[in-house]
Design a protein around this ligand. Structure first.
Ligand code: BGC
Length: 513
């Protein structure tokens, strides 16, 4: 499957030669298992926090409230401590992603992934063996550090090793693993909820499996040529590039990376550079993609699906089963994204999804508004309609904002600000995931069905953002974005126009030595 990636730049069109080798695909599959850890965690907390044994042990007040028949439907799980259990992980991930950006730059993407799996494993042990709330929360924090490291290193790794024409697809393997992780977690919860009284320990303990897979797998994979070259290992970088591209003729691509890395060397403080005017387009887009991704309301559904389905009247088993159905839709539709993203492009997927998500969120809002009162449960037929609408919502998220939230920030920054810029993406994702995790159950308690209209309003905003401010990055080589994307965009070009020549160092913080 030989092929060329065409690349235009100031000195005319360039062609990067390369095959889609077995090795590159293998490395992609292994690295993507970092997404399994993240996904498993997203999926497991909702189920665990609706298990009676778990609630009785750590959150006795919620347990009592849950079983009081008179309790308001929308409020029975509203408890800051319970929400902190879910959300503490994301705060830790937020902070650690900045540290991870440094290890990514200085020690490489591969080592950062290994560190991720180790932090995560220690967290798993503490969680599964938890005797009190403190142990539980400290475990969650370590899991969070692991996720911060993995989510920083994996998408960058995937975008850097990928041949340009399958970059989207390869990168989305990360998100595919996230969705598989969520699904496995839902299935695990379905079974462990019947193992009394320690099923929740099994649920939390099995999170160790993806971490072990990532650790062992990372021993087999390569470092990215970009990271080797960035760290002055030029020969190794060249050899690795030949290996992953399956050809000796990698000179053009190699030179391009060396060129990018020379500029990167001159940047003494990447974090400061990322704040400069010339990085504004990528930075704003990286952050907004995360804000919007989270304000679709996806995690309100992912974390709390079993709780949500219980709220509308399914019993414990029924609610987990509905979560499993929803999880399967999520996985399948991520595959759709892998197939389409490099053909149709990023923008069209995002826009189509906005329409579908808007309709489904608004419809869920209307149904709950009409039929869901404070203390009743929904009639079975109506509840099934809600599940169908949730699946419609999840499917469109899965082929758009889910994967592209990670893909776009990983492919738009130039090398000199890539790890720092991506750290802003990861940390914003974690920050807004935290906000949703912490606030959703309370918001639902106060806003009732209105919460779904709240998310629908955000969807309108994000569609406008895509139409006016998000350029298409399909098929543009990663180190050619400046010339071919930013300098041509009607709005963003004013920020980068003055970066005439990337060799010129006037706009970068130059090392003094
Ligand atoms: C998001 C997660 C979300 C998942 C759902 C990811 O892209 O970052 O927050 O839970 O998609 O599939």
């Amino acid at each position: 499957m030989a092929g060329f990636a065409i690349s235009n730049s100031d000195d005319g069109p360039k062609q990067f030669e390369g095959k889609i080798t077995f090795y590159v695909v293998l490395c992609g599959i292994i690295a993507a298992t970092g997404g399994l850890m993240f996904g498993y965690d997203v999926g497991i907390s909702g189920g665990v926090t609706s298990m009676d044994d778990f609630l009785q042990k750590f959150f006795p007040k919620v347990y009592v409230k849950k079983h009081e028949v008179k309790e308001d439907n929308y409020c029975k799980f509203d408890d800051q401590g319970l929400q902190l259990f879910t959300s503490s992980l994301y705060l830790a991930a937020l902070m650690s992603s900045f540290l991870a950006s440094k290890t990514c730059k200085s020690y490489g993407r591969k080592m950062t992934m290994q560190a991720a799996s180790i932090f995560f494993l220690v967290g798993v042990v503490l969680n599964a063996a938890a005797r009190d709330l403190a142990m539980l929360i400290i475990g969650r924090i370590l899991l969070g550090v692991g996720i911060g490291f993995a989510n920083q290193a994996v998408p960058l790794f995937l975008s850097e090793i990928a041949p340009v024409r399958i970059r989207g697809a390869l990168n989305i393997l990360f998100q595919l693993d996230v969705t598989i992780g969520i699904l496995i977690a839902n299935v695990v919860n379905y079974f462990t909820s019947t193992i009394r009284p320690w099923g929740w320990r099994l649920s939390l303990g099995l999170a160790g499996v993806p971490a072990i897979i990532l650790f062992l797998g990372s021993l087999l994979i390569t470092e990215t040529p970009t990271s080797l070259i960035e760290r002055q290992k030029l020969d190794e970088g060249l050899a690795m590039l030949k290996k992953i591209r399956g050809t000796e003729k990698v000179e053009l691509e190699f030179n391009e990376i060396v060129h990018a890395s020379k500029i990167a060397q001159e940047v003494k403080r990447p974090f400061r550079n990322v704040m400069m005017r010339s990085s504004r387009p990528q930075l704003v887009i990286a952050i907004l993609m995360q804000v919007f991704q989270q304000f679709t309301g996806i995690n309100a559904i992912m974390f709390y699906a079993p709780v949500l389905f219980q709220t509308i009247g399914f019993k414990n088993d029924g609610s987990l089963l509905s979560a499993v159905i929803m999880g399967s839709v999520n996985v399948l539709c991520t595959v759709v994204s892998i197939l389409l993203v490099d053909r149709l492009g990023r923008r069209i997927l995002l826009l189509e999804a906005c329409v579908q998500m808007l309709i489904s969120q608004a419809a869920i809002g209307v149904i709950l508004q009409l039929f869901m009162k404070a203390t009743n449960t929904l009639h079975q037929d109506v509840a099934i309609w809600v599940v169908v609408l949730v699946c419609l919502f999840v499917s469109s998220f899965a082929w758009s904002w889910g994967p592209l939230g990670w893909l776009i920030p990983s492919e738009t920054f130039p090398l000199e600000t890539r790890t720092a810029g991506f750290a802003f993406a990861v940390s914003s994702n974690m920050l807004f995931t935290f906000v949703i995790a912490q606030a959703f159950l309370s918001m639902m308690c106060h806003m009732k069905a209105g919460i779904f209209f709240f998310f629908a309003a955000w969807i309108v905003l994000m569609a406008l953002f895509v139409v006016f401010l998000l350029p298409e990055t399909k098929n543009v080589p990663i180190d050619e974005m400046m010339e071919r994307v930013w300098k041509k965009h009607w709005y963003w070009k004013r920020y980068v126009d003055h970066v005439e020549n990337r060799n010129r160092t006037s706009d970068v913080e130059v090392a003094t030595n």
